[in-house]
Design a protein around this ligand. Structure first.
Ligand SMILES: Nc1nc2c(ncn2[C@@H]2O[C@H](COP(=O)(O)OP(=O)(O)O)[C@@H](O)[C@H]2O)c(=O)[nH]1
Ligand SMILES: [Mg+2]
Length: 321
């Protein structure tokens, strides 16, 4: 008997995933993460089965309490017998390996439950970055029948803002005292926040933070949804039911106003753009080693061609290949 091909293995894995096999789901995400043999086949096979899940992005500075909040939200969801998956993203993994371990611990009390699926992903496991892999992993969870998907990410850098934009509901977590967090708000999170959380309300300064936030919200362009501010003490579970309610309210608002197809478009646009970008970058890398590239480079070096025109020729060549 010959060894099964990557395509056959992918088909078998996806069949098991669709049947609810958790180990198959975990392996599929690993394949997508590594962009290994079968990743393309896997997404093709998943495509007819996606579109039912509701995604909630949870973002904020490191240490703000995102993992603690997600852990308590899992409990709130479970209390209503809602099955929930979590993707914990670590965009700067060499610096925050401890954080990922901590995340696991903070959710561990609950991850033994069959109605919960928790998965961490790091940026260094593949070439394309989290903005490529996260949408693919969300599709895998969706196809596997997880109705709620929480995505936890650190709110730094444009690619992470892209990721939170891809969620149907985006929760931005702050702490009393603001500090550096006001920077990330100004850097663009203000426009993407559907719900604000002031976590660690056991500390001083919560009322001032709320006032600052209310002022920022009042300055935003008018819109039908006004982001609520929820106070939490997540490590004591306080305020988390109100947050779960706010998430459900926002979902209900979007369903009623028929806003979810637009959110879905935004998600797929991001996924498509990220993947195309990754693929183009890989081609440029490969092309950089070719004789044709050396030729182009030589012309620029000798002053026979401009950098602009050489770059145009490079692109033309790449798109022809
Ligand atoms: N005092 C206080 N500490 C909290 C609260 N919520 C979380 N923490 C603690 O803050 C630290 C960072 O929490 P974590 O959930 O890992 O933050 P993340 O990096 O945003 O995921 C942990 O030690 C938590 O136990 C809170 O409401 N009050
Ligand atoms: Mg965390």
């Amino acid at each position: 008997l010959s060894k099964p091909t990557a395509a056959q293995q992918a088909a078998e894995l996806v069949t098991r995933l669709l049947g609810g096999d958790r180990a198959a789901l975990a392996r599929v995400i690993t394949h997508l993460e590594r962009d290994g043999a079968g990743a393309r086949e896997i997404d093709t096979l998943l495509a007819p089965h996606v579109g039912r899940a509701y995604t909630v992005g949870v973002t904020g500075a490191p240490g703000a309490g995102k993992s603690t909040i997600v852990g308590s939200l899992l409990a709130a969801a479970l209390a209503q017998n809602q099955r929930t998956a979590v993707l914990a993203l670590d965009p700067v993994s060499p610096l925050t390996h401890g954080a990922i371990l901590g995340d696991r611990l903070r959710m561990e009390h609950i991850t033994a439950d069959e109605r919960v699926f928790v998965r961490s992903m790091t940026a260094d496991a593949h070439g394309g970055g989290l903005s490529v892999v996260t949408p693919l992993a969300i599709r895998a969870l969706d196809a596997a029948g997880w109705p709620w998907i929480f995505v936890e990410t650190v709110g730094v850098g444009q690619s992470e803002i892209d990721i939170v934009e891809a969620a149907a509901t985006t929760v931005v977590v702050l702490n009393p005292g603001w500090g550096d967090e006001v920077q990330s708000i100004k850097a663009g999170l203000m426009e993407v926040a559907d719900i604000f959380v002031i976590n660690k309300c056991d500390r001083d300064g919560a009322a001032e933070t709320r006032r600052d936030l209310e002022r920022l919200i009042a300055q935003a362009p008018p819109s039908a949804w006004k982001p609520p501010i929820v106070d939490t003490i997540a490590n004591q579970g306080s305020g988390v039911d109100a947050l779960w309610q706010a998430i459900n309210d926002h979902r209900g608002f979007q369903e009623q106003s028929q806003l979810l197809p637009g959110r879905r478009d935004r998600f797929l646009r991001l996924a498509l753009r990220s993947l195309a970008q990754q693929s183009l970058n890989a081609r440029i890398e490969r092309f950089g080693a070719s004789a044709r590239f050396k030729d182009l480079l030589g012309k620029v070096t000798r002053g026979e061609d401009s950098i602009h025109s050489a770059a145009d020729k490079l692109l033309k060549q790449l798109l022809k290949d």
